[in-house]
Design a protein around this ligand. Sequence first.
Ligand code: C2E
Ligand code: MG
Ligand code: MG
Ligand code: MG
Length: 292
Amino acid sequence: QAKAAGRRTWMRYDDSMEASIRRRATLAGALHKALDRGELRVVYQPRQSLATARITGAEALLRWSSPEHGEIAPDEFIPLAEENGMILEIGEWVLREACLALQRWRQHGLGGLTMSVNMSVLQLLRGDFAGVVRRVLDDTGVPPQALELELTESVLMANAAQTALKLQAFRELGVSLAIDDFGTGYSSLAYLKRLPITTIKIDRTFIADLGHDPEGAAITTTVIAMAHGLGLNVVAEGVENQVQADFLALHHCDEIQGYWVSRPLDAMACMAFIRNRRPPAPRAAARPATPP
Ligand code: C2E
Ligand code: MG
Ligand code: MG
Ligand code: MG
């Protein structure tokens, strides 16, 4: 009896493993055609300064709606794209889309914004990605100072020696570099100091703890102080409520990103959001409130 039950449990586990392997293979195949079929799109999540309340820019986030498989989360399909190298083509497409969107916002009078784009380790270590970035900036007209590339902490640590050298090429281009999901890896302070980065993004798991877990608060305040000591800009990810935003403002975090500011939006909606959050220009304020 017990043995039979155990055996059934094992069979179910085995079946679900097989199903998951099959899903991965199916999705990888579908992803191959997704770009050409127009199933990929980029959404933009605004980032806000705590000191000025102004929107400072946005992060480009990839979305995949497959007619066969529905909406698939980046956490599921990005690893697949990294495994088979498709991330190189997809990553370049995202970068170009994001720069085109930013340039459109700039042409509509929204200057001084930064566009952040997530970068996979494969893009950093394979080929001439700095050359790709330079070309996209040239093609779209976006100044390098308006672009920030995000790399996850685990990626930076796993390839320490190689990445420091590669990252320098981006800094020489003039683009900013952010460490994403900070606090989830094992960065040493000494190592952080040697990387040519400009921004630290505190992982949202620590932000979620603010307000009820003293450890989350301790880690957050420590990271902010350390980053400022190193002359870095600090962004808190996943800010969902006023308690978290107030805590971060009190501890001099520079910027926040999260549902509290806005969900990710399509390029047009994000432009409208940024415009609405800006104080009206003096000339606009001088005009009568209602047209004659
Ligand atoms: P990430 O770069 O850390 O992006 C932040 C994630 O947090 C996004 O998930 C965003 O939608 C989500 N988020 C934002 N605000 C909140 C909030 O207040 N609460 C909660 N619970 N979540 C929030 P998303 O879009 O599902 O992306 C997941 C990850 O996939 C990203 O994490 C990034 O590592 C990766 N990714 C997304 N787009 C790209 C891309 O174009 N290229 C690469 N290489 N990776 C990407
Ligand atoms: Mg990111
Ligand atoms: Mg992150
Ligand atoms: Mg992440």
